[in-house]
Design a binder for this molecule. Structure first.
Ligand SMILES: [Fe+2]
Length: 309
C-alpha cells in the first residue's frame, strides 16, 4: 500500500536554554524564528508555518516528531491502524492551532509521532539573517532497543516502507510517499531515543559555509563531509548548542518504485563497511556511533504503550 505519510512535518524538542538553541539554529543552520508562544520558540527555513519547535524544559530532550499525512482521511486511517496494532493513541487534538486534524501516537519504546494535515505555507520564502539557507528538515534517525520491531510498528501505523536495512537490523531506513530513500530511520541502541535530525541543503557548497560558521565558537564537525552508501546522500554532522546531533544532507536518492524489495546490506563489524556508511572512506567516530538523545516522558495521563508482540 501507499504510505499514509507524505514527508516529515516538524520536530519538537525541549531545551534548557531555548533562546540559545534558537540563536544557534539561526547562525549555523540558517532557519529563522517565526513565532513565539510563551516560552516556546517556532522556527522555519521555508514557507511552512513551523518545522523546528523548541520548548523550555529541564533537559534537552526529543519530544514529538510531526509527520505530514497524505490527506485528512489518512489521519483517520493512521488512527485506526494504531488501534489495530496495539499502539498507544495519545491524542486526536492537534498540537498547534494551524493544524486542522491530527492523531498522536507512541511506539512501544516511547517515540511520539503526530501525524497531521499539512501546516499552512504562510511564511515568506525569503528572509533576513545569516546567508545559509536549508531547504528544510528532511529526515530523522531514532534509536531503539529493537529496530526490527520499531520498523514494523512504523509500517503498521503509518505505512512507511522499508527501503533498506542491515543484515542484523542494526540500522533500518524507511520511506514515505515522496519516495525519498528515508524519512525516518532507526539505529540499534540501549534504549529508545533520538540519534540525529537532518536538514537538507541545495548543494555541497553549503556545507563549507556551515562548517566555517562553527569556527568562531571553536566547534568542530563530528563526521564528514562524506557520501553515505544507504541513501547515496552527501552528509556532514555536528552537534548544536543543546547537544543534539544534526546532519546536513544533499542529493538524497529517490525511490520511484513503491513495490521495491527492501535492500539488505552488510554493515561490517562496528559499522566498518565503508561502502555502506561512507563511500568516500572515513568511518564514523565512536562519538557518532554512541550518540543518544533521550525522549521526553509521555504525558502521565496516557496509558503505557501496548507491545505488539
Ligand atoms: Fe541521516
Amino acid at each position: 500500500m501507499r504510505p499514509l505519510v507524505q514527508r516529515l512535518g516538524y520536530m519538537a524538542v525541549t531545551a534548557v536554554d531555548p533562546e540559545r538553541l534558537a540563536a544557534d539554529t539561526a547562525n549555523s543552520i540558517g532557519a529563522r524564528v517565526v513565532r513565539r508562544d510563551g516560552d516556546t520558540i517556532f522556527m522555519s527555513s521555508n514557507r511552512r508555518h513551523a518545522e523546528y519547535i523548541i520548548r523550555k524544559g529541564t533537559d534537552n530532550l526529543q519530544a514529538v516528531c510531526g509527520l505530514e499525512a497524505v490527506s485528512a482521511s489518512a489521519v483517520d486511517e493512521v488512527h485506526e491502524r494504531c488501534r489495530d496494532a496495539g499502539l498507544a493513541v495519545l491524542s486526536t487534538t492537534p498540537s498547534l492551532d494551524v493544524i486542522e486534524k491530527s492523531v498522536t501516537f507512541a511506539t512501544s519504546e516511547g517515540h511520539v509521532f503526530e501525524v497531521h494535515t499539512p501546516m499552512p505555507n504562510d511564511r515568506e520564502a525569503r528572509y533576513a539573517g545569516p546567508g545559509l539557507r536549508p531547504k528544510g528538515l528532511d529526515h530523522v534517525n531514532f534509536t531503539a532497543a529493537d529496530p526490527e520491531k520499531w520498523a514494523r510498528e512504523m509500517n503498521l501505523s503509518c505505512g512507511f516502507l522499508l527501503t533498506e536495512r542491515t543484515t542484523g537490523y542494526e540500522i533500518a531506513w524507511m520511506r514515505a510517499a515522496d519516495g525519498r530513500h528515508h524519512t525516518v530511520a532507526v539505529v540499534k541502541s540501549a534504549a529508545g531515543g533520538l540519534h540525529h535530525t537532518s536538514w537538507e541543503f541545495n548543494s555541497f557548497q553549503d556545507f563549507k559555509g556551515l562548517a566555517d560558521a562553527l569556527i568562531p565558537e571553536s566547534r568542530r564537525l563530528i563526521w564528514g563531509p562524506g557520501r553515505h552508501g544507504a541513501g547515496d546522500n552527501l552528509f556532514l554532522y555536528f552537534k548544536n548548542s543543546a547537544d543534539f546531533l544534526l546532519e546536513c544532507i544533499a542529493e538524497m536518492e529517490i525511490i520511484h518504485d513503491e513495490d521495491m524489495e527492501p535492500r539488505v546490506c552488510d554493515p561490517g563489524e562496528n559499522l566498518s563497511n565503508w561502502k555502506v556508511v561512507n563511500q568516500w572512506g572515513p568511518l564514523p567516530p565512536i562519538e557518532w556511533v554512541e550518540h543518544h538523545t533521550p525522549l521526553a516522558p509521555l504525558p502521565s495521563a496516557v496509558p503505557s504503550p501496548v507491545t505488539t508482540n
